[in-house]
Write a protein that binds this ligand. Structure first.
Ligand SMILES: NC(=O)c1ccc[n+]([C@@H]2O[C@H](COP(=O)([O-])OP(=O)(O)OC[C@H]3O[C@@H](n4cnc5c(N)ncnc54)[C@H](O)[C@@H]3O)[C@@H](O)[C@H]2O)c1
Length: 274
């Protein structure tokens, strides 16, 4: 049995992925209203997947989902949190989880930017703590970054790796460091593409084609920025500039576009018109 704490975008996706491999999943949310929202997201996701998979019965999968506002059974091999990106909130949550679950339960955070070492520092048993960074949309994304904190044990890494492989996904192992592997490289490429566009090196479409056709990226860095949201990428770049230095400093054009409300696909305009 595995436990997912937080049933928003990522928590619902993570719960769905474990249901797909036949696991029993307990999903913990803060209120009945949020539980209903989470069950709705899981149901929708299972139904969408079932349209392409004959072997998937959403109704059967949902019988293995126990969504609740308390923790119920403590017989869990793995607890993954996907609550909002706030270090104090996550630390307080893991402090209380440590009082509930036995020491052999692995604790994982789906944080996209916070330090795993800092998060684990409040625990009596930090060796059982690891980052499991899933990607959206979780059920169809094949990558999971395993983020290894200073105290994470080799056994915890091996167990987490085995879980990711059971999910049919590919784990990569990354030392706890700002931006892990994915955001750090993705932001470096994205910021340089914006600087090139800003200084008139080429059009947005041609910069994207350079990476798509020349380097076999499935999508160019400017279109990806539009899809993720310019505001989200600006916040990550600002965080990495503080942590890793001025090479991650966001270009002026990105700041001005965000200030003008050009956030990409969600606002209908970014580097492209949507
Ligand atoms: N959205 C993404 O693309 C993405 C990708 C990778 C990682 N992440 C990370 O995943 C985490 C969650 O992100 P999200 O986009 O799913 O957020 P979200 O806002 O969609 O969902 C968070 C959920 O947590 C619930 N919650 C808050 N406090 C709780 C508590 N104490 N107990 C139980 N549930 C609680 C909220 O009700 C909400 O439903 C964040 O750390 C984020 O950085 C997000």
């Amino acid at each position: 049995m595995i436990v997912v704490v937080g049933g928003g975008t990522m928590g619902a996706g993570i719960a769905t992925s474990f249901l797909l491999i036949g696991e029993e999943v307990t999903l913990v949310e803060t209120s009945i209203e949020f539980i209903e929202g989470a069950i709705g997201r899981v149901t929708e996701s299972l139904e969408r997947l079932a349209r392409k998979r004959d072997d998937l019965d959403p109704a059967e999968a949902l019988t293995r989902l126990d969504a609740r506002t308390d923790h119920g059974s403590v017989d869990a091999a793995l607890v993954i949190e996907a609550v909002p990106e706030d270090l104090a909130l996550k630390q307080a949550m893991f402090t209380s989880l440590e009082e509930i679950y036995p020491p052999n339960t692995i604790f994982a955070s789906n944080t996209s930017s916070l330090s795993i070492t800092a998060m684990a520092s409040v625990l009596a048993s930090p060796e059982r703590f690891i980052g499991m960074h899933f990607f959206n949309p979780v059920p169809v994304s094949s990558l999971v970054e395993l983020v290894v904190g200073e105290s994470t044990s080799d056994t915890t890494v091996a167990d987490a790796r085995a879980w990711v492989e059971r999910l049919g996904k590919t784990p990569i192992v990354v030392k706890d460091s700002p931006g892990f592997a994915s955001s750090r490289l993705g932001i470096a490429l994205g910021m340089e593409a914006i600087r090139m566009f800003e200084s008139g090196v080429a059009s947005a479409a041609d910069i994207d084609s350079a990476m798509q056709l020349g380097y076999h990226h499935p999508m160019g860095p400017l279109k990806l920025t539009d899809l993720v949201g310019l505001d989200i990428r600006l916040a990550i770049a600002e965080h990495l500039a503080v942590e890793l230095g001025p090479r991650f400093e966001p270009p002026e054009l990105l700041r001005s576009m965000v200030a003008e409300g050009k956030l990409g696909k969600k606002s209908a305009e970014g580097f492209y018109v949507w």
